[in-house]
Design a protein around this ligand. Structure first.
Ligand code: AG3
Length: 297
């Protein structure tokens, strides 16, 4: 049986056994594959980078969406940038929002996901509160007059079509659209095998937003397994939400979660010492004393 693996990073890689290739094609933007795998069921791969899977999509989508949604006191208008598989949109719509706008650059990702990974989006694309725009999210945010309470960047890695989503002018446009109390969250890569990208993303967000908080989740589908998200805001600190308030809103929403709980929300912001030091949230006497737990270049 063949296996799918992303390239080695720091001398390490994970592999998944593949039963079948269900789709393999090129859009105007990227190489799109849907593979049927043993550990993850159907899995979406863009430009050879794993994106999501039937089996464990809830880990990433719940942590991307529920953390900022619960941090905002009353999110009514939400923007999802990227997220063509619909898993983030579905989690947004579990909250009592007025409107969820999704801007995905690649209509083929939406088409292929709806055909082959329908369980990930559920009914999200048919929800009357959802608006799907096929277009460039960077440009959309630059040109829109709309206000958003939460912006979710559900993108691929910061290379190729997603590179501009990790730029300073994008974050400035986001700050304008969010106002004082809004939050933006972006997936920010693996602290173990993409630490430089994570540091860059955090540094850039700090140039634009006074409050920047990185939080963690274990995601076996992605390189390095340990994964990060980074939230930014003018006023709203997502690490300081009362667990009882989260519990009440989860009950009111009524949608089950597989990973996210009020205690997980809190715990996700606890950073290991080496990472806090790398992100300069504390200054160690000797940074070399806090090495990564893997050694490759
Ligand atoms: N997008 C973030 C995945 C990044 C994974 N990177 C990688 N495999 N090298 C996920 C999209 C899910 N809606």
């Amino acid at each position: 049986m063949r296996a799918f693996a992303e390239p080695f990073r720091r001398g390490w890689r994970q592999e998944a056994l593949v039963r079948d290739t269900l789709y393999d094609g090129h859009s105007d933007f990227q190489h799109i594959q849907v593979l049927d795998t043993i550990p993850f069921g159907r899995m979406l791969v863009l430009d050879d980078a794993t994106q999501t899977s039937e089996v464990e999509e809830y880990l990433y989508h719940e942590m991307l969406v529920h953390v900022p949604m619960m941090a905002h006191p009353d999110p009514q208008r939400v923007l999802v940038i990227g997220g063509g598989d619909g898993g983030a949109l579905r989690r947004v719509l579990e909250h009592p929002v007025r409107k969820a706008t999704m801007v995905e650059i690649d209509g083929e990702v939406v088409r292929v996901s709806r055909a082959l990974l329908p369980a990930i989006a559920g009914d999200a694309f048919d929800d009357p509160r959802a608006e799907l725009i096929i277009g460039d999210g960077v440009r959309y945010l630059r040109e829109t007059d709309e206000h958003f309470d939460v912006i979710l960047v559900d993108s691929t890695d910061p290379v190729g079509p997603a590179a501009d989503l990790f730029g300073e002018s994008f974050y400035r446009d986001a700050r304008r659209a969010l106002g004082e109390d809004g939050l933006i969250v972006t997936q920010s890569g693996s602290p173990l095998v993409m630490l430089d990208e994570l540091k860059d993303a955090v540094a850039l967000m700090r140039r634009v937003f006074p409050l920047v908080r990185t939080y963690l989740c274990a995601i076996p589908l992605y390189p390095g397994v340990l994964w990060s998200f980074t939230a930014a805001s003018v006023n709203c600190d997502p690490s300081a939400v009362a667990p009882a308030a989260i519990a009440a809103r989860l009950r009111a929403n009524g949608a089950p979660t597989g990973w996210y709980t009020p205690a997980i929300h809190r715990a996700a912001f606890a950073l290991p010492n080496f990472l806090a030091a790398a992100l300069e949230m504390q200054s160690p006497d000797d940074p070399a004393a806090l090495p990564l737990p893997i050694s490759g270049e």
